[in-house]
Design a protein around this ligand. Structure first.
Ligand code: IMP
Ligand code: MG
Length: 184
């Protein structure tokens, strides 16, 4: 994959913001009765999304982050997930809203959600901006989904290629050469 040239806009800044309004309204409703909401972002890709999403919630909450193994220029993950930076907060008895940029094969989120259950979270729900559903290799339950995307490599609004492009205010397609999802 090349990273020269400008990404083609796939989801505009305005479309992102409109969808995040809707997701925030849904989350606000669903957690109305929860006393102890812990919002957990996955570094680094989720930070732009998390920031815009959580500023729209008026309920009390706590924000925490963890980081999984870095991408290292690879464009696929292989089912092995390593925690590089762990959470500051205990999960015991808490309602956890996990916030992620994109679910691809599903290995990262499956592993992390299982770990959170193991650590005693009262509930764990997943909120993802982008869902590459046709690439899934292991089942993951997504409670809040921004957009479904085709099998193309996307960057911007937190998503990177070799740590670049995160600051684009829109989601762009960097490389269209990967196979599409049609027929899969
Ligand atoms: P999974 O374990 O295959 O679901 O991998 C998810 C992770 O792969 C995401 O958190 C991203 O860091 C990365 N990833 C997958 N697809 C893309 C993409 O199109 N652009 C940028 N990062 C991606
Ligand atoms: Mg990620």
């Amino acid at each position: 994959m090349t990273d020269s040239g400008n990404p083609r806009e796939l989801i505009s800044r305005e479309a992102l913001q409109r969808r995040i309004d809707e997701l925030a309204a849904e989350i606000e409703r669903d957690y109305a009765g929860s006393r102890d909401l812990l919002c957990v972002g996955v570094l680094k890709g989720s930070v732009f999304f998390l920031s815009d999403l959580l500023q729209r919630l008026s309920r009390p909450l706590v924000v925490d982050f963890f980081q999984t193994s870095s991408y290292r220029g690879e464009t696929t993950s292989h089912g092995e997930v390593r925690i590089r930076r762990d959470l500051d907060h205990s999960l015991a008895g808490r309602d956890v809203l996990l916030i992620e940029d994109i679910v691809d094969t599903g290995y990262t989120m499956r592993t992390i959600m299982a770990l959170m259950g193991f650590r005693g979270a009262r509930s764990v729900r997943l909120c993802v901006l982008l869902d590459k559903a046709c690439k899934r290799e292991t089942a993951v339950r997504i409670h809040y989904r921004g957009f479904e995307v085709d099998d193309v490599f996307v960057v911007g609004y937190g998503l990177d290629y070799n740590d670049r492009y995160r600051n684009l205010p829109y989601i762009g397609v960097l490389d269209e050469s990967t196979a599409g999802c049609q027929g899969q």
